[in-house]
Design a binder for this molecule. Structure first.
Ligand code: FES
Ligand SMILES: [Fe+2]
Length: 473
């Protein structure tokens, strides 16, 4: 018998928002009953990002992470495979591993000593012949495992047996992620940063669909402090010329300099590139030896997608966001501007609390000095104390605080701007909408959200629960 995890979802008669995602009722940001429904309708069916494979590059290495409320161990086993397993002993449910990460040959429970291999198999049961004279079937008592897919080094997992393969779920969004992570090899630069914000997860996820509308206002102080080129486009061109790139045409013939994009499935993002053409592809913020490597080794469509780009920010539905952005390093003579790749998960703890897990990702073959410069740029902008993060968190937190009352809750948030038609593009995938100021990207996320929240809940079959009581390993 299938196990139905949508147990809280029998009746839900609240109007959540317009079908096209243009208006969203503010209950969606503050109401715990909405959040409980999201767990079943949005998150349990989804693939969740749990780490970068470079974090566990050697057999036996592991990190501990979360898939919503379930704590998991992400481990590379002795044969090199990656496993994502519930961090819970099969005996009486004690948390198996309390460390953030490390290297192990076995995981031994601190309570009675049951011991598991790094691939989850139950290896040791102390006093087993005495306690279980007729034997114990260890094959059914291994750690409970999730499905795993690795995409460009990014590890995703789900406990949903019925989830479509990852690339089917990502659709055209996978190409935009390829333009970040497939143009060269990347690795995590240290462990993820974690912090808890007093905001709803959707406030972060929607903003990272690309919201240049807020930049000049929210991040004005940061721009004045010189962390971004976004208020000085000509300086991009000058700096790229200083790195040896030859400008052939200062107008962008394609017209696709700044645009937002959407992909079926609720994914969306913003793409921003230098409005000038160069005689060769340029990859702002990366060291020159990587320009050559990317041009020679990456596929032509990825080169065309990443060429001249200074910002690509996106949310892959529902809660996985990525930014690749050129950041200035004021006072750094060696690397006055570097790119920062920040990967993050908006992990909801409740309707009004979100735990942000945030990784700095760097090109593997960048020099150590460049990687440190990227880390400094990250610290000044998107890290927990960075100016962008502080500015944004303030808005999201006050949104949660200002609308808890019965009146505020009854209002709608507005995503009605620019109902434009997409522009055909020979390079870029999904739907492309020219210009920076749209709400169509937010409507992509929210129309999917409304559709799934209002659909009759389908039972979700948990991995390992096809047959009641059995655990498939
Ligand atoms: S709870 Fe883990 S060995 Fe008993
Ligand atoms: Fe922002």
């Amino acid at each position: 018998m299938a196990k139905n995890v949508n147990r809280n979802l029998e009746v839900f008669d609240m109007r959540l928002g317009a079908q096209d995602g243009s208006l969203i009722n503010r209950h969606a940001y503050f109401d715990e009953s909405v959040f409980e429904r999201e767990l079943g309708a949005i998150f349990n069916p989804s693939w969740q990002f749990v780490g970068h494979e470079s974090e566990i590059s050697q057999p036996g290495e592991y990190v501990t992470r979360k898939i919503m409320r379930d704590e998991v161990i992400v481990a590379r086993s002795e044969n090199g495979e990656i496993h994502v397993m519930l961090n819970s002993c099969r005996h009486r449910g004690v948390k198996l591993c309390s460390a953030d990460g490390g290297k192990a040959t076995n995981f031994q429970c601190a309570y009675h000593g049951w011991t598991y291999a790094t691939d989850g198999r139950l290896r040791g049961v102390p006093e087993s012949p005495t306690l279980h004279p007729s034997g114990i079937d260890r094959s059914k008592l291994g750690l409970h495992k999730a499905r795993v897919e690795v995409f460009n080094g990014l590890i995703f997992a789900t406990f949903n047996n019925d989830a479509a393969p990852l690339l089917d779920v990502f659709g055209d969004m996978s190409w935009y992620l390829d333009t970040v992570f497939k143009k060269t090899e990347y690795e995590a630069y240290g462990p993820p940063v974690r912090f808890i914000g007093d905001f709803n997860w959707k406030s972060g996820a929607e903003n990272w669909c690309g919201d240049p509308y807020h930049g000049d206002v929210t991040h004005h102080t940061g721009y004045v402090a010189g962390v971004s080129y976004l208020d000085d486009m000509q300086k991009h061109v000058t700096d790229m010329q200083a790195m040896g790139a030859v400008v052939t045409n200062e107008q962008d013939a394609s017209g696709e300099t700044v645009f937002v994009f959407t992909a079926d499935g609720g994914h969306a993002g913003l793409h921003f590139r230098i409005p000038a053409e160069f005689d060769r592809p340029v990859f702002p913020g990366l060291e020159k030896h990587l320009w050559t490597e990317i041009e020679q080794n990456a596929s032509p469509d990825l080169v065309a997608g990443a060429d001249r780009r200074i910002v690509c920010v996106s949310t892959t539905f529902p809660n996985f966001s990525v930014v690749e952005q050129l950041i200035t390093n004021v006072g750094d003579d060696e690397f006055p501007a570097v790119s920062v790749v920040n990967v993050r998960v908006w992990l909801p703890l409740s309707a009004t609390q979100t735990e942000v897990w945030s990784w700095l990702i760097v090109p593997k073959r960048a020099t150590p000095a460049w990687k440190r410069a990227s880390q400094r740029a990250f610290a000044r902008t998107f890290n927990v104390g960075g100016v962008f993060e502080v500015d944004d968190s303030h808005n999201w937190n006050t949104t949660a605080q200002a609308n808890r009352g019965s009146v505020g809750m009854a209002l709608d948030n507005n995503y009605t701007a620019l109902p434009e038609e997409p522009t055909p593009s020979s390079v870029f995938r999904g739907k492309v909408y020219r210009g920076p100021l749209h709400d169509v990207n937010f409507r992509s996320l929210y129309s999917t959200w409304v559709e799934r929240m209002e659909a009759k809940p389908e039972p979700v079959t948990l991995v390992g629960f096809k047959t009641e009581g059995a655990c498939e390993l």
